[in-house]
Design a protein around this ligand. Structure first.
Ligand SMILES: [Zn+2]
Length: 99
């Protein structure tokens, strides 16, 4: 449940991210460069619109991903992630790297 009305959860980023990645990115695992939190992209907080969105860490509020679609070019900024992991096999689940 989303108690904060100024953002959606990361599941709302699924559509725009399919223009960049051929896999469901909401199941990918993001490691926050700010605090080291590791969880599914779907757990991030989405601010903005479909063509200009920011995904923030729910723990420290650091910007993890930014996506801007100008209509002719899609810009993806992932410098807020220290790691972004996703499954490439169709039936595999994305899992964090071994520690
Ligand atoms: Zn964080």
């Amino acid at each position: 449940m989303n108690d904060d009305p100024d953002h959606l959860d990361g599941n709302a980023a699924a559509g725009p991210l399919t223009t960049v990645f051929a896999v469901d990115m909401t199941r990918s695992v993001v490691v926050c460069a700010g605090c080291g939190r590791e969880d599914a992209l779907a757990t991030l907080r989405l601010y903005g619109r479909q063509n200009a969105m920011v995904l923030r860490c729910p723990a420290c509020e650091a910007v993890n991903l930014r996506l801007l679609d100008t209509g002719t070019t899609t810009h993806l900024d992932v410098r807020g992630c220290s790691r972004l992991s996703f499954a490439t096999a169709p039936d595999a689940r994305s899992a964090p790297a071994e520690r």
